[in-house]
Design a protein around this ligand. Structure first.
Ligand code: SF4
Length: 398
């Protein structure tokens, strides 16, 4: 338990993030913690790099909406201060708090207070002996050994409220390190790609590493480490769990076709507008934006709600059923209004609401489908022209 949040032991996956304010500035830090919690963070970490930060933590912990982890580097005394401040968890880096006496002193104090500790191994700050042992390189084996050494110190004093991370900035390295760690320990694992960088590449790296492990059943809590506003980290963490079906969806899952030669509208723009308009609204529905009425309603028939363009108008459908037609300019507003309705009243009520317009909507969709096929033909993306061009190129090459 990190405060009142369970980690591991079959508990739901959780999202973590870290403040970037000075922890001593408790008001600014609390504002950021609230923003992170609103974006999806279940647990927030704050640096405890100086005594003033520990004093800040004493003010932050009682007012925080989520459990607080104190991040400790180099100075074990900061860990003792953070415990005194009432934090719900510590993070220790075995690479830079190396004296076994200090490590055990912290573990004893944490044991008395029943406060868990994360062993936060970092590929960039391994113990020098481990670098030397593994040929001057950071290897998965070295990272796992670092975690095991720390576990041994903790277990010597009877402390087992442990979770572990073995983060690296290299995705293949961190994946392998976590896989090896999962083989040798049952303690809960905190996943992350460290120093992943700014979005979008930082988000991509983190997702690649964490999603791979989560799909293998490895990991109990996750953190994106992005060079960006930490709210983006919390949001990305929540969204990753949502798209992997590991957390109940909070906001709209907007799906959209990639557009093609058959599209009758600027799908990119409408999808962006819809994404912006839905924003953080709490509507846990799947909503589709499709570029044409020829394939749109069919391909997105599983969506709760969708709209497909055709003949300068939008064809609205609920679970694949055409329900009404609206002018192109009203497509996004209509989606929002119907999403609200479905969320409040359900799909059946939405279909009933459209009982007087459904027949006309179905007819209009059929007409616009025919029109699209007549104007763009069966081969809207000119595949036959492309194929004959390619054949010509191949002939000339011979
Ligand atoms: S066929 Fe229609 S729905 Fe499919 S990608 Fe093209 S425009 Fe979008």
């Amino acid at each position: 338990m990190v405060g009142d949040v369970a980690v591991g032991g079959g508990a739901p996956l959780t999202v973590q993030s870290m403040t970037v304010t000075k922890t001593a500035d408790h008001e600014a830090t609390l504002r950021q913690i609230y923003a992170l919690a609103a974006a999806g963070a279940d647990i927030v970490r704050c640096t405890c790099n100086e005594s003033a930060a520990a004093v800040g933590l004493a003010r932050i912990v009682p007012r925080s909406p989520v459990p607080i982890v104190a991040d400790i580097h180099h100075q074990y005394l900061r860990a003792l201060e953070a415990l005194e401040a009432g934090v719900h968890c510590l993070r220790l880096n075995p690479g830079n708090i190396r004296n076994p006496k200090h490590i055990k002193a912290v573990a004893r104090e944490a044991l008395d207070r029943q406060v868990p500790i994360r062993i936060g191994v970092n590929g960039g700050s391994l113990h020098p002996d481990l670098y030397a042992k593994y040929g001057g390189k950071v290897t998965p084996e070295a990272m796992v050994e670092s975690a095991q050494q720390e576990i041994a110190y903790f277990e010597e004093v009877g402390f087992d409220l442990i979770k572990i991370s073995v983060k690296a900035s290299s995705v293949p390295l961190m994946i392998e390190a976590y896989r090896q760690l999962a083989e040798v320990t049952d303690y809960p694992l905190h996943l992350g790609v460290t120093e992943a960088g700014p979005p979008p590449i930082g988000t991509l790296k983190s997702t690649a590493g964490m999603a791979t492990l989560l799909a293998e059943g490895i990991g109990d809590t996750i953190r994106y480490s992005l060079t960006a506003d930490p709210v983006e980290e919390a949001r990305a963490g929540r969204q990753l769990l949502e798209v992997m079906g590991l957390r109940q969806r909070k906001n709209v899952d907007l799906i959209a076709c990639p557009s093609c030669g058959r599209a009758e509208v600027d799908v990119f723009r409408i999808a962006q507008d819809a994404m912006q308009a839905f924003g953080e609204r709490e509507l846990p529905l799947q909503v589709a934006v499709m570029g044409c009425v020829v394939n749109g309603p069919g391909e997105a028939r599983d969506a709760d709600l969708g709209i497909a363009a055709g003949n300068k108008r939008g064809h609205l459908f609920v679970k694949g059923e055409n329900v009404m037609v609206v002018p192109e300019a009203e497509m996004v507003d209509t989606l929002i209004e119907w999403a609200d309705f479905i969320h409040t009243h359900g799909t059946q009520a939405a279909l009933a609401r459209a009982s007087s317009t459904r027949q006309a909507a179905r007819r209009a969709a059929a007409q616009d489908r025919e029109l699209n096929l007549a104007q763009r033909g069966l081969d809207a993306n000119n595949a036959s022209v492309a194929i004959s061009n390619i054949r010509g190129i191949n002939r000339d090459a011979k």
